[in-house]
Ligand binder design. Structure first.
Ligand SMILES: NC(=O)c1ccc[n+]([C@@H]2O[C@H](COP(=O)([O-])OP(=O)(O)OC[C@H]3O[C@@H](n4cnc5c(N)ncnc54)[C@H](OP(=O)(O)O)[C@@H]3O)[C@@H](O)[C@H]2O)c1
Length: 240
């Protein structure tokens, strides 16, 4: 990875962490987007990202206590439990051997996502509301931890607080767009990592949704490059 700004130069994989280490409590959103705003190619984000994006994806996961994803992304991308990687470094930092996967859902309808349940006992939490159907909650409770907070779908802020109370303070939100918009609108995101893919996808591409109620101000923290991919890291500027 080559850092273009600030302090240009080649850097080690994990130097991106230095940008996050201003504190141990963050909610970082990581997204890949084409030059014309598409967030998926043939329905999946994998077609947009190259080697550098995969490297960033892994590096951020290695540092996170929690990987959070919306149920739509979990279904479309066929999410599995997180893998064991960099376990020794994680232990040295006092972290669990691998990040907990937190799936956000209103419907609690996750029974058909076979890959999610491929490893009994894996660290998975389902974050949903108390209004989710009782039979689905019961089914999920046999397979994962269930946090039911909020009486009109999940209360994201309360859910994050419950995770933080358990020491899970480094939270990586991997999308999709609906969840990202909800987290941003609620003022819960501290950092945005955006990979700009060297592609113009054209007609029919799924674009970042436009239902964000208010403009969110950002401050540029760093710009990196790997091949033709560009990587932007922004801090979310607190609303004044
Ligand atoms: N470019 C990228 O970096 C990137 C990253 C991730 C995903 N994607 C792409 O995004 C597309 C999926 O988009 P999407 O908007 O459907 O993704 P999403 O946000 O993952 O999924 C939406 C679903 O997740 C649940 N959800 C999200 N936010 C919620 C909230 N605040 N409260 C309750 N439930 C919430 C709901 O599930 P229920 O229906 O179960 O209630 C909702 O229907 C896919 O094509 C995927 O490939 C791209």
């Amino acid at each position: 990875m080559e850092r273009l700004w600030p302090d240009p130069g080649v850097e080690a994989d994990d130097e991106v962490h230095a940008d996050l280490s201003r504190r141990d409590d963050w909610v970082a959103s990581n997204f890949v987007v084409s030059l014309d705003g598409a967030i998926a190619l043939a329905g999946r984000s994998g077609g947009l990202g190259g080697d550098g994006d995969l490297q960033l994806f892994r590096t951020l996961r290695d540092r996170a206590d929690v990987v959070m994803a919306g149920a739509g992304t979990v279904r479309t991308e066929g999410y599995r439990p997180t893998r064991l990687r960099a376990a020794e470094a994680r232990r040295a930092r006092g972290q669990e051997p691998r990040p907990r996967l937190v799936v956000v859902t209103r419907s609690a309808d996750l029974a058909d996502v076979d890959r999610l349940w491929s490893e009994p006992g894996a660290p998975i939490t389902v974050l949903t509301g108390t209004d989710a159907p009782a039979d689905r909650l019961a089914w999920l409770r046999e397979r994962a931890e269930v946090l039911a907070v909020g009486d009109d779908g999940p209360d994201l802020a309360a859910g994050l607080d419950l995770l933080r109370d358990r020491g899970l303070t480094r939270i990586l939100a991997e999308g999709g767009p609906s969840l990202q918009v909800d987290l941003l609108s609620a003022g819960l995101v501290t950092d945005l990592f955006t990979t700009v893919a060297p592609l113009v996808v054209g007609g029919g591409a799924t674009t970042v949704p436009d239902q964000l109620p208010e403009t969110v101000a950002l401050s540029l923290r760093s710009v990196r490059r790997h091949g033709d991919e560009l990587f932007l890291h922004h801090w979310v500027t607190p609303a004044t």
